[in-house]
Write a protein of this length. Structure first.
Ligand code: ADP
Ligand code: MG
Length: 780
């Protein structure tokens, strides 16, 4: 027993030690658990605090920015969206309007602008869409986070509850164990049982410990998970904080902009206000100044009014006196009129007598002038001979034959030298025109003759020379550079216009041609009709051509028409106009009739412009048939002309007018105090020298006739007949007929009697001079 007792004792001691160890273990475990639970509690506490903090932070953020800001932002974006939508609508409306207005103008800048706007709009819409999507995402995220947070809270609560329960359970068990230990202490006999129980209990405790350990582990995992979640949430929070900061910065920027715009607007308003004030002030000051001026004016007007009153008084006085004068005026007027009438009558009488005296003097002067003119003509000789040398032309050809054979005297414009067959022959005429002389210069020498026609003189201008020497050029000229014909008529027109105050003039023209001694009218309806020259049946001895048309001309256009008509008639009558014209004489007869309105004096002058046939000696070169006949006729008529001029210049009693149609027709224009000009045309070409020589000899002889009656006779008689024959077939009549002494009678042309081929008896002459005197006396 003792042994068993000891054994039991030992057992008891071991058990006691074991118990102690267990107790210690338990205590340590308890301590451990306690500290662990404390730790856990601390952790839970801090988690709770953190959670609270987080919740607070979330709620704060939500209240401050988070939800509200996002919402605000969303609202802002929605408003912006709405505004943009409206803007877009307005833009679309505008666009439609613009399109309607400018349908055809697709390429204009508005379209580009519109497309730009549309693009901008669509981009803005896209942006709004994106923002909306982002907003929805954010909202979803916030929702998720809130849900998760609630979940975590729930889980946290659960775990806390579980923990509390566990603690409760553990503390209960601890109490139980302590109680058991105490009871065991009090009942050592039951130690075995107790030990067994303890053993059982310690196994159970061990199990519980394990459980609580696993539980602890699970809780720790849970905490780790919670931490993870918390971390994620923190990250999300950071992101949302960042977004919030960005949004805040944007808002600040917008606000700053708004502030700036507002400030600007305020400034502008301020400036406008200032300007308005300034303008008002200016207007006010101006108005003041004007007002002042008006006041001053008013004052001036007032003073004027004061000074005007006495003036008015004097004016009234004057008016009254004037009224009195007006009453007396008719009487005074009648008186004055009577005396004025008397004075005027007297003056008119005086003027009349002066006029009569002047008219008498004028008529006397007219007579004197005519006398002087006649004297001048007598002194100068009323037949003059000019020479004109044409320039070398292309038609002359080239080579030595065309060399110039004519030279001039630099000191004397009446002398010309011709180099013929190596010898120089000189000629003196009244004037010589060199090749360079213009149509104008030639006409200047002729115009005095032309104007004398207006005074009632008859004038003949002949162009003489071989074919191609320039006769037609001198008489007709070219369209651009007209000759004597047109210039003479133009001069007559202007002269007649100048005298229109006192005189009535009519100018008329006829054109005729003499071919083979046949006279034809170039202005007639039947130009081929032969015309006859007849004596006037009134016994005046004057000649006339029945059927010769005469046209009245008043302008250059009229002349040109007449010339054209004449040319056409001449051309239709022949096959070769050039040839024909060189074989016939062309005459332009201009008649100028005038009436002096104051004296009743009538004048009639005739201007005969004759383009003679070519003077070349065809007959000597063996021509036959019609050509020979033509040549004979030309020679005959040119000889007759030479005879007549010769007879006239040598003042013979008999002038052989009737020897040719030409001289017969021009009889009254060659005789009496008529004037004649012979323009001898020559070619300067070497090949033409023999014809040139002939023409110049003809010219010189015609001119040299007038040398004085006695010497003339002897000189002319001494002409070598051979040379004379060489020149032309012209044989001047013998100079046996006596020359009429003194001047030819002065008479208006229509009164000049035809001398015919009989010389007038002295009785006839004296009766004629008596009639002239009578005429002059009656005409003033
Ligand atoms: P005609 O009538 O004597 O036969 P034209 O008058 O027909 O001669 O003249 C012959 C040519 O010479 C024409 O071509 C004309 O233009 C020219 N001619 C004549 N005289 C002159 C001049 N003074 N200046 C220039 N050309 C002239
Ligand atoms: Mg000609």
């Amino acid at each position: 027993v003792m042994a068993s007792m000891a054994h039991l004792q030992e057992e008891k001691l071991r058990l006691q030690e074991e118990l102690l160890g267990l107790q210690e273990k338990l205590a340590a475990q308890e301590n451990d658990e306690l500290s662990h639970s404390l730790q856990l509690q601390g952790q839970v506490e801090t988690l709770k605090a953190k959670l609270l903090e987080q919740a607070q932070e979330i709620s704060r953020l939500r209240s401050e920015l988070g939800g509200t800001d996002t919402e605000k932002h969303r609202d802002l974006l929605a408003a912006e969206n709405e505004r943009l939508r409206q803007e877009m609508k307005a833009c679309e409306g505008e666009l439609r309007e613009l399109r309607r207005q400018q349908e055809p103008c697709w390429d204009c800048t508005n379209l580009q602008e519109n497309t730009g706007l549309q693009e901008q709009l669509s981009q803005l819409q896209r942006e709004a869409e994106e923002s909306r999507a982002k907003l929805a995402e954010l909202e979803l995220e916030v929702q998720q986070k809130t849900n998760r947070l609630a979940e975590v809270e729930l889980r946290l609560k659960d775990s806390l509850a579980e923990r509390a329960e566990e603690e409760e359970r553990l503390s209960r068990r601890l109490r139980d164990s302590q109680e058991t230990i105490a009871s065991l202490k009090s009942q050592p006999q039951q130690i075995k049982y107790i030990i067994k129980t303890v053993e059982v209990e310690s196994a159970k405790a061990k199990q519980a410990l394990c459980e609580s350990q696993s539980r602890n582990q699970y809780l720790q995992e849970q905490v780790g998970m919670q931490r993870q979640v918390l971390k994620e949430m923190e990250q999300q929070l950071q992101i949302s904080q960042k977004t919030a900061a960005q949004l805040r910065a944007q808002i600040m920027m917008y606000e700053a902009e708004l502030e700036r715009a507002h400030g600007q607007m305020l400034e502008e308003m301020q400036a406008m206000e200032e300007e308005k004030n300034r303008a008002i002030e200016e207007a006010f000051s101006r108005a003041q100044v004007e007002m002042k001026a008006v006041h001053e004016n008013l004052a001036g007007v007032r003073t004027n009014l004061l000074t005007l009153q006495p003036a008015l008084r004097t004016l009234t006085h004057d008016y009254n006196s004037l009224k009195r004068q007006v009453r007396d005026f008719p009487l005074l007027l009648q008186e004055t009129l009577r005396s004025a009438r008397a004075e005027i009558g007297q003056a008119i009488e005086e003027v009349h007598s002066t006029n009569r005296e002047l008219l008498r003097k004028y008529r006397r002067e007219l007579q004197l002038r005519k006398k002087c003119h006649n004297e001048l003509v007598r002194l100068k000789g009323n037949i003059r001979v000019f020479g004109r040398v044409r320039p070398i032309t292309k038609e002359d050809g080239e080579g030595p034959e065309v060399a110039n054979a004519v030279t001039f005297d630099t000191d004397n414009d009446a002398v010309l030298h011709l180099l013929h067959k190596g010898k120089q022959v000189s000629f003196e005429l009244d004037k010589v025109f060199p090749p360079q002389a213009s149509q104008e210069e030639v006409f200047q020498e002729v115009q005095a003759l032309v104007t004398s026609c207006i005074d009632g003189y008859n004038v003949c201008i002949f162009a003489y020379g071989q074919t191609g020497a320039g006769k037609t050029y001198t008489m007709e000229g070219t369209a651009a550079n007209p000759g004597i014909n047109q210039r003479a008529l133009q001069l007559l027109f202007s002269e007649v216009r100048g005298k229109a105050a006192d005189w009535d003039y009519t100018i008329s023209v006829s054109a005729a041609e003499i071919y083979n001694e046949t006279l034809r009218d170039l202005l007639g309806k039947e130009p081929q009709e032969k015309l006859e020259i007849k004596l006037c049946p009134d016994g005046s001895g004057q000649l006339y051509v029945p059927g010769l048309n005469e046209f009245r001309v008043q302008s250059v256009e009229d002349i040109n028409k007449v010339f054209e008509f004449g040319h056409i008639n001449r051309a239709t009558e022949c096959t070769n106009l050039n040839e024909h014209s060189s074989r016939s004489h062309a005459l332009l007869i201009v008649t100028v009739r005038g009436l002096d309105r104051s004296t009743g004096l009538r004048t009639a002058g005739k201007l005969n412009l004759v383009d003679l046939a070519g003077s070349e000696r065809v007959g000597r070169s063996g021509a036959e048939g019609s050509r020979l006949r033509e040549a004979q006729h030309i020679n005959k008529s040119l000889s007759a002309l030479g005879d007549v001029i010769y007879a006239l210049r040598s003042r013979q009693g008999h002038v052989p007018f009737r020897n040719s149609k030409l001289t017969y027709l021009l009889q009254d224009s060659l005789s009496g105090d008529s004037k004649t000009l012979m323009m001898v045309q020559v070619s300067p070409a070497e090949k033409n020298t023999s014809e040139t020589l002939c023409s110049l000899k003809f010219a010189e002889r015609v001119r040299s006739v007038e040398l004085g009656p006695v010497s003339r006779k002897t000189e002319l008689a001494s002409w070598p007949s051979q040379e004379h024959l060489e020149v032309t077939e012209w044989s001047p009549v013998p100079f046996l007929v006596p020359v009429i002494p003194g001047n030819p009678p002065v008479l208006p042309p229509h009164e000049v009697p035809s001398r015919g081929h009989t010389s007038p008896s002295p009785g006839q002459l004296s009766s004629r001079t008596a009639s002239i005197r009578r005429k002059l006396q009656t005409s003033g």
